[in-house]
Design a protein around this ligand. Structure first.
Ligand code: NDP
Ligand code: MG
Length: 390
């Protein structure tokens, strides 16, 4: 069948997560447009088997190798092939029966399959912002030699892409990335020091995976999104700013050189940007409830507070130093967030861990892929040691 006459074949990486589940909702609503040929998960083998049994992909991949036997027991009777480990995930992302890869795994794990997908010429619906944070320069240099295109899933970047449609990038004065401010937006420093994982997981507007929810609470997520915007849209760091908008209705804005500002508004429902990315920026009827502006009454905007949320400063650090700096920040953050969620580290210890790791980790100015791998491993070890000793 000709490509344009058959459903687009999607590899859903991170199919059991918050983004993955919402993407599958869209895929199931549009069987004429999409088919999942690959699904993957991290460690929740039962959830992965259940989603695979429903969608009947060719292949299911689990990250944790020791769970392959269990996955096979559940899925091979249904004729679904099973594989395990990071290499299998990268291989799956470049398979012949995949037209587009949705990278919705969490953290550093998104990098290898995204790189493999670009090398194989696949389009990418990118939820995993850590890929661009860690190795945006490498990803962009690979894209120069590949037909692949990246369609952002992150709501802010989807909004910016929508504002930029039909515009001349040379006329962009500023990207204005909105931030909800997270659950501690109004907390004084003394209270922020004492917050618990349960407090941090209680996001006011969005229901997301645990890691990104904690990143939203520290505002590390917004720092990552500024870096992500720089790599995605090729706009200079000094033209990319964050503004706190507690209602999460304006998903981001672009200011042009004539002073006009374009914004994209919508209810906070990730299925909107996911659908826009899966459709390569073609609009589909939405599953989300419509936005009724008269129900909202007011939209407010505040300057971010870099003192109470010091992680925000790390975007500038990363974009000034470049090289492996952001890879170190990401690795230390992943380790610190996991320790915070486990009760081994206080909330403000997340920033301290990143700072300490940045001071000690090696720095490579022009990293190749293997340098990122080494930097990630070294930075994680340093961060773990810091947390154990402090
Ligand atoms: P979740 O934690 O809900 O889901 C993560 C997915 O990745 C799960 O399928 C999980 O499997 C899998 N996974 C975990 N560890 C690994 C690993 N080492 N290797 C391969 N797969 C793994 O995360 P979210 O869906 O919230 O976020 C996914 C990505 O999307 C993140 O990069 C996040 O920053 C980004 N994003 C998320 C948004 C949201 O609204 N949730 C908004 C914007 C961006 P298992 O279930 O088995 O653990
Ligand atoms: Mg976002």
């Amino acid at each position: 069948m000709k490509k344009e006459n058959r459903p687009k074949r999607i590899a859903v990486l991170g199919a059991t997560g918050s983004i993955g589940t919402q993407a599958i909702d869209i895929i199931e609503r549009h069987p004429d447009l999409y088919r999942a040929t690959v699904v993957s998960g991290g460690s929740r083998v039962g959830e992965l088997a259940a989603v695979a049994a429903r969608l009947r992909p060719r292949l299911a991949v689990i990250a944790r190798r020791e769970l392959l036997g269990e996955l096979r027991r559940l899925l091979e009777p249904l004729g679904i092939k099973c594989a395990a480990g990071a290499d299998a995930l990268a291989e799956a992302a470049s398979a012949d029966d995949v037209d587009m890869v949705l990278t919705a795994t969490v953290g550093y794990s998104g990098l290898a399959p995204t790189v493999a997908a670009i090398k194989a010429g696949k389009d990418i619906a990118l939820a995993n912002k850590e890929t661009l944070v860690v190795a945006g320069d490498l990803v962009n240099s690979l894209l120069l030699h590949s037909p692949s295109k990246i369609y952002p899933v992150d709501s802010e970047h989807s909004a910016i892409a929508q504002c930029l449609a039909g515009e001349d990038k040379a006329r962009v004065a500023r990207l204005i990335v909105t931030a909800s401010g997270g659950p501690f937006r109004t907390y004084p420093k003394s209270l922020i020091e004492r917050v618990t994982p349960a407090d941090a997981l209680n996001h006011p507007n969005w229901s997301m995976g645990a890691k990104i929810t904690v990143d939203s609470a520290t505002m590390m997520n917004k720092a990552f999104e500024l870096i992500e915007a720089h790599h995605l849209f090729g706009i200079e760091p000094e033209k990319i700013t964050a503004v706190v908008h507690p209602q999460s209705i304006v998903h981001s804005m672009v200011e042009f050189t004539d002073g006009a500002i374009k914004a994209q508004l919508g209810v906070p429902d990730m299925r909107l940007p996911i659908a826009y990315a899966l459709g390569c920026h073609r609009r589909l009827p939405s599953a989300a409830r419509p936005l009724t502006l008269t129900d909202i009454c007011s939209l407010t905007f505040e300057a971010p507070d870099y003192d109470r949320f010091p992680c925000l400063n790390l975007a500038k650090t990363a974009m000034e130093r470049r090289g492996t700096c952001a890879c170190t920040i990401n690795a230390a953050n992943e380790v610190a967030v996991a320790a915070f969620l486990d009760g081994r580290l206080g909330f403000t210890g997340i920033y301290r861990t990143i700072e300490a790791t940045l001071q000690r980790a090696s720095f490579v100015a022009r990293p190749a892929y293997d340098d990122y791998v080494a930097c990630n491993a070294e930075s994680r070890a340093i961060a773990n040691e810091f947390i154990t000793k402090n």
